[in-house]
Design a protein around this ligand. Structure first.
Ligand code: ADE
Ligand code: ZN
Length: 349
């Protein structure tokens, strides 16, 4: 008889731990199998002979080398059904990881540039999120993210195209974000669009300090007025900034396997997540683009547990940070914090 290997004690603890995922690009959840299936469904030609050949191409040297493949992979997404199926597959996977709330980033410009209407993108992602809410009780919000390698003018055009949909998706679309190639595209480039989004009442987040230097994190805080920082690991190079982030308890949505795959660090043992946690920063653990980086959210928790000595109490702290760092209102946060406390008690904490 085949014997299933049982998970390590820390993995079993992580698997049962209620948590939120706050840094997840939905286009980064397209597994090679789905890229091939959607390419076939839509008659899109791929420059790879097989699923294995595509997976083998996932050997990145930096952020840009990944982004080139990520945007190419997203080209198989054409119809509302495609966006629905991609999102539903991720949400099923997340539910299995005990994700109770997710804040999903999506890049409309990647799709509108190919002639896919922003309404199609919203409709497909939203229907899957509403199904997950009804069936699994998993809540979720959408973060419309601007591509920073494009102009601020382009971002304004994207916002204008999406705003007529705001009421229809008021239960989901609560925030805007900023992603893509960081170095050379500082936050200040997007000062006016962020001011406009703040005026409109959106929550604000931005990638900063993934590959970019500490002033990019400061710029995101002071010029863009973001409430949290996506990645932020490079803030460690500036002790004053680090102190400020700790004092203000600014959530950092850290993505350890992403950092490893994109060569921000050489080996997981070098990751600064545990140091940041010990210094009082509101760090969270997330998967970023799980189909490309070799793991979903629990794999990220497990990787830092193994390499950095993150223990059960640390995992509880990280999960609590994921709830308090979310855009959920206080009452919804309190309900999820109770789920975590019940779990902690049931596991002898
Ligand atoms: N888009 C998708 N993943 C990203 C990342 N890790 N950094 C910047 N932009 C992204
Ligand atoms: Zn990201």
């Amino acid at each position: 008889m085949l014997q299933e290997t049982s998970p390590s004690p820390i993995r079993a603890f992580i698997d049962g731990l209620p948590k939120a995922e706050l840094h997840l690009h939905i286009e980064g959840t397209l597994e090679p199998e789905m890229i091939f299936a959607l390419a076939q469904r839509n008659g899109v030609k791929l420059p790879y002979a097989s699923i294995e050949a595509l997976r083998e191409a996932y050997a990145f040297t930096n952020l840009q080398s990944f982004l080139d493949l990520y945007y190419a992979g997203a080209a198989v997404l054409i119809t509302e059904q495609d966006f629905h199926d991609m999102t539903a597959a991720y949400l099923r996977r997340a539910a299995a990881d005990k994700v109770r709330h997710v804040e999903i980033m999506f890049d409309p410009q990647t799709h509108t540039e190919r002639g896919v209407a922003v309404a199609t993108v919203f409709a497909g992602i939203a229907s899957a999120m509403r199904e997950a809410r009804a069936h699994d009780g998993m809540s979720g919000y959408l973060i419309l993210s601007f591509l920073r390698h494009l102009s601020e003018e382009d971002a304004f055009a994207t916002l204008e195209a999406a705003l007529p949909l705001r009421e229809q998706y008021a239960d989901l679309w609560l925030a805007v974000g900023l992603d893509s190639s960081e170095v050379g595209n500082p936050p200040e480039k997007f000062a006016r669009i962020y001011a406009r989004c703040k005026e409109l009442g959106f929550h604000l987040t931005a990638h900063a300090g993934e590959e970019g230097p500490p002033p990019y994190v400061t710029g995101a805080l002071d010029t863009l007025r973001v409430e949290r920082i996506d990645h932020g690991i490079r803030a460690e190079q500036d002790p004053k900034l680090l102190k400020r982030l700790a004092r203000q308890r600014t959530p950092l949505t850290v993505c350890p396997l992403s950092n490893l795959k994109l060569k921000t660090i050489e080996k997981m043992e070098d990751h600064n997540l545990a140091r940041l946690l010990r210094q009082g920063l509101a760090v969270t653990v997330n998967s970023d683009d799980p189909a490309y980086f070799g793991g979903y959210v629990n794999d990220n928790y497990e990787a830092v547990a193994k390499a950095l000595g993150i223990d059960e109490a640390d995992c509880l702290a990280l999960a609590r940070n994921s709830i308090t760092g979310s855009f959920l209102d206080t009452a919804a946060q309190a309900r999820l914090l109770v789920e975590i406390e019940d779990y902690a008690l049931s596991r002898g904490h």
